[in-house]
Design a protein around this ligand. Sequence first.
Ligand SMILES: Cc1ncc(COP(=O)(O)O)c(C=O)c1O
Length: 249
Amino acid sequence: MSALAGIQPKTIDGDRGAMDPKQVASAIRPEDIHFPETGLISLENTHNKAGGTVVPLENMKAIKKVANQYKIPVHLDGARIFNAAVAMNEPVHKIAEQVDTVQFCLSKGLGAPVGSILAGPKEFIERARKWRKRLGGGLRQAGMIAAPGIIALNEMPNRLQEDHNHAKRLAEGLGNIDGIEIESEVETNMVLVSVENLGLTSEQFIEKLEKAGIKSGSYGTHSVRLVTNYDVSKEDIETVISKVNQLFK
Ligand SMILES: Cc1ncc(COP(=O)(O)O)c(C=O)c1O
């Protein structure tokens, strides 16, 4: 952030990814020549590090109210906004309309091989296009890679509930294995587990799974993230549960 945009973040602890609007208000810097100005409030939904959690609309609304008082725009990192919409059982625009600008990924849950979209007011997008070019992100003849993005947008949101069901089943199965703790209630397509009670670091656990053909990622010394997606079937979930059972029984 500082290298590319000359800005510095001020982070706030969240509750399952949701920031307290009062804390947001007190993090806004007052007018003072000694301080940098607060130029943006940035939210994330679903929240990745909290475990794919859904930030409630009410929380987003309350933060937008604070932002309006101080005339600060709100951006949403909505890399997984469609997962949030499905989990909330709301149309995706209900989430997007709480903020000024939103980014979302066509890859990840929506399954396109590549691509993200930035949405916002016309003038903002014009500036963003210039910045994209300036940072080397411009593409020519991008239609080829945009085509799967259209499928991602039109067809994939309708099947995300399947991923969420798979993640719930995975958490249930892994949670029954001695030594594996589910860290965060599953709301979307992510399962965060602690492997501390197995006496393993996350890297050691991941290596054992990798050898059994299961991909996972480290989320801390003893935390591991498993994610479901279009390429993971109901049968795959059962295979993962039974393989992990065999590894640690
Ligand atoms: C929450 C979140 N936001 C943003 C991104 C990045 O998106 P992009 O690569 O399109 O900038 C990711 C992952 O890549 C992510 O998990």
